[in-house]
Design a protein around this ligand. Structure first.
Ligand SMILES: [Zn+2]
Length: 297
C-alpha cells in the first residue's frame, strides 16, 4: 500500500511553479494530464493514472498487462484498456499483479471480462481469498519462485525476490529489453509509506540484493519518480543506502532507550530530505525501525 504521495508531490511542484512565476519568466508548465501512456521500448509501455503506473507489453499474439490501478476509480481500468486499444487490437492475454495491495490491483474486472488470465504470487492469492475485497478479481494462476511468460516473441520473467513491502511482490523482468517493473518496495527517490505496514525486516534488504543481481537498466516503479522519471539500478542502491542509514541511526537510539517518541522526534536524515514524502513519512519509517531494534518485532 503506497497511496498517491508521488502524485501529490508531482502536482504540488506544478502548482508551486504557477504561483511563483516572476515577470519575464517563461510561462509555467501545465500540470500533468490525469493519465498518460509512455513508450519505454519497442513493445513496452507505461500507463500512468494519477500517481500510479503499470507496465504493459504488446506482442502480435497478445498483450501482457499489469496492475489495473483502478482502486476507488473504476474509470481508470477502462481508460487503461482504451489506451492499450489505441496501440493494438491483439487480445489482452494476461493481467499480472505486482502484489496484493488494493491500491494497485483493485478494479481488474474489465480485464477479466476482456479475456485476460490473472496471475499473482501464491501468497497474494491466499491473502486475497481470505480478505474477499469486493472489487478485487482473484488470480487464476499463481507463481511460487519463478515463472516465464513467452508471448509473440517477447519474454517476461515473473520473479519472487522474497519478502519486502509485502510477502508477495513479483518483479517482472524483460531480459531482452533489460527492463524491470517493481512496485512499492523500491520507490524512486521517495521514503517508504508511513510505518512500512505489511513490510518485513530484515528480509527487505535481501530482496534489494536479489533485485541488484538481476540484469536490467531501466526500473519502472509503481509510482512515478520525481518529474515522472523512471529508475535505474542506482535508485535501487539508493533505497538500500537509505534503509541502511535509517536502520543504523535508529538502532543507536534504540540502544540508548530513546525509542519510540524521542527517536521519532529527533532523528533526521538530511541526506534524504529532498526525497518525496520525507517530511510526512520519515517519522513513520523511524517507528518501524524502533519496533525492530527497540522491541525486537
Ligand atoms: Zn503496496
Amino acid at each position: 500500500m503506497l497511496p498517491a504521495f508521488a502524485a501529490f508531490a508531482f502536482f504540488v511542484v506544478a502548482s508551486t511553479m504557477s504561483t511563483a512565476q516572476t515577470p519575464g519568466a517563461p510561462p509555467p508548465a501545465a500540470p500533468p494530464p490525469l493519465f498518460a501512456t509512455t513508450k519505454i521500448a519497442d513493445n513496452v509501455y507505461v500507463f500512468r493514472y494519477g500517481g500510479y503506473q503499470s507496465m504493459f507489453v504488446v506482442t502480435p499474439e497478445g498483450v501482457i498487462a499489469t496492475d489495473p490501478i483502478a482502486y476507488l476509480r473504476p474509470q481508470a481500468a477502462q481508460t487503461y484498456i482504451d489506451e492499450i486499444r489505441k496501440i493494438t487490437r491483439a487480445p489482452i492475454k494476461y493481467l499480472v499483479y505486482s502484489h496484493h495491495h488494493y491500491d494497485h490491483i483493485a478494479g481488474g474486472k474489465p480485464f477479466k471480462d476482456a479475456g485476460a488470465s490473472v496471475i499473482a504470487h501464491k501468497n497474494a492469492r491466499a491473502k486475497l481469498e481470505a480478505l474477499k475485497y469486493p472489487d478485487v478479481v482473484l488470480p487464476d494462476m499463481v507463481v511460487d519462485q519463478h515463472s516465464t511468460i513467452e508471448l509473440g516473441g517477447t519474454r517476461v520473467d515473473l520473479i519472487y525476490v522474497g519478502r519486502n513491502h509485502s510477502d508477495n511482490s513479483l518483479v517482472m523482468l524483460l531480459p531482452k529489453e533489460k527492463i524491470l517493473f517493481a512496485v512499492d518496495f523500491i520507490p524512486v527517490q521517495a521514503v517508504m509509506f508511513r510505518d512500512m505496514p505489511d513490510g518485513f525486516l530484515p528480509d527487505w534488504f535481501d530482496s534489494l540484493d536479489r533485485v541488484l543481481a538481476l540484469d536490467f537498466t531501466t526500473l519502472i516503479p509503481g509510482h512515478p519518480g520525481p518529474g515522472g522519471r523512471m529508475g535505474t539500478k542506482d535508485d535501487v542502491r539508493a533505497v538500500k543506502e537509505y534503509l541502511t542509514d535509517l536502520s543504523n541511526a535508529t538502532r543507536e537510539l534504540a540502544n540508548q532507550g530513546k525509542c519510540f517518541d524521542e527517536a521519532m522526534k529527533t532523528l533526521k536524515l538530511p541526506k534524504y530530505e529532498s526525497w518525496t514524502s520525507y517530511g510526512t513519512y520519515l517519522q513513520g519509517n523511524i517507528e518501524r525501525f524502533c519496533e525492530y531494534w527497540g522491541w525486537g518485532i
